[in-house]
Design a protein around this ligand. Structure first.
Ligand code: ZN
Length: 256
C-alpha cells in the first residue's frame, strides 16, 4: 500500500477479500491522521484519530455501503452534496465505497464525473471482491490495486503444493510428498487455512487463469468440509490422502 499521501492516487479500486482490504485501507488512513507518527512509520493505533478511524467515526472519512444490497440514489446524495466543497489538501476528505460492484447504472452515472475529476482534497476508494462486476466506465477511472495475503509458493509445505494444481498430480506423487514430509496433527488447521486462502485467491482471479469458478467452488467446498472434520489423533495420513482424492475428483468433474 502506498503510504505517501502526497502521491496517493485520488481514485483507487482496491481488489481482494473485503475484511483484508478494509484492514489495509484503515491502516493507510490511520497513517494519514495519526497524531503521534510521521508518514514514514506505522500508525500508533492508540491516539484519538487512530481509534476514531478504527471505529468508523472519523469525520473526514465517509464509509459508504449499499443499504439495500445495491447502491441507490439516496445512498450517495449526501456525499455528492459534500463533494461540492473542496477541502484543504492538508485536511483531506475520503470516501470509501464498499461493494463497489453494486453501483446501479444510474448511481454509476452520477459518480462518473466525480471520479473523473475528484474535487481538490478528496480521495475515493472503491472496494470490491468482484472486479469483473464493476461497470467498465467506472473501472477505467480507477487505479487498481490487488490485495493478497502474502503466501509465497516457495515457502509452501511440499504436501500443500500438491493441492494447488489438482489434476496434474496423481496419488502416488502425493504419497511420496507425504512420506518425505508429513503434516503434523497440530499443523493441520493452519495448513487448511493456507489452502483456503490460496483457493479463495484462485476463485477471485478465475477470470484470468484457466481455472473456472465452478472448479474453485468445488475445491473450496471440500476444504471447508474438511475443516469441520479434523482428524482424530493418528488419523492424519488418511485424512490428507482422502482430501487429495476428493479434491482431485471435485476439480476434474467440474472440468467436463
Ligand atoms: Zn495514532
Amino acid at each position: 500500500m502506498i503510504y505517501d499521501k502526497m502521491h496517493t492516487p485520488r481514485v483507487q479500486l482496491l481488489i481482494g477479500h473485503l475484511p483484508h482490504v478494509r484492514e489495509s485501507l484503515i491502516t493507510l488512513l490511520k497513517s494519514w491522521w495519526c497524531a503521534t507518527t510521521s508518514s514514514t512509520t506505522s500508525p500508533c493505533n492508540m491516539c484519538v484519530p487512530c481509534r476514531a478511524i478504527q471505529d468508523y467515526h472519523w469525520a473526514a472519512i465517509r464509509w459508504m455501503t449499499p443499504e439495500k444490497g445495491v447502491y441507490i440514489k439516496d445512498d450517495v446524495e449526501q456525499m455528492l452534496n459534500a463533494t461540492q466543497f473542496t477541502v484543504d489538501d492538508e485536511q483531506r476528505a475520503v470516501v470509501v465505497f464498499e461493494h463497489a460492484d453494486m453501483f446501479g447504472i444510474s448511481v454509476a452515472n452520477r459518480l462518473l464525473k466525480l471520479l473523473e475529476e475528484p474535487p481538490a482534497g478528496w480521495f475515493f476508494f472503491l472496494l470490491t471482491e468482484r472486479p469483473d462486476m464493476i461497470l467498465p466506465t467506472v473501472r477505467s477511472r480507477c487505479l487498481e490495486q490487488r490485495f493478497h495475503p502474502s503466501i509465497l509458493p516457495s515457502l509452501l509445505h511440499p504436501v500443500l503444493a500438491c493441492f494447488t494444481t489438482p489434476g496434474e498430480l496423481q496419488l502416488p506423487a502425493f504419497i511420496r510428498a507425504w512420506e518425505q514430509q508429513p503434516i503434523a496433527a497440530a499443523e493441520t488447521p493452519t495448513m487448511l487455512d493456507t489452502l483456503l486462502t490460496i483457493w479463495n485467491n484462485k476463485y477471485q482471479e478465475s477470470h484470468s487463469n484457466n481455472i473456472t469458478q465452478a472448479q474453485c467452488m468445488a475445491v473450496l467446498a471440500v476444504l471447508t468440509q474438511a475443516y469441520y472434520q479434523l482428524p482424530m489423533p493418528g488419523g492424519q495420513t488418511i485424512f490428507w490422502r482422502l482430501m487429495f482424492i476428493q479434491i482431485t475428483q471435485a476439480y476434474t468433474q467440474r472440468d467436463k
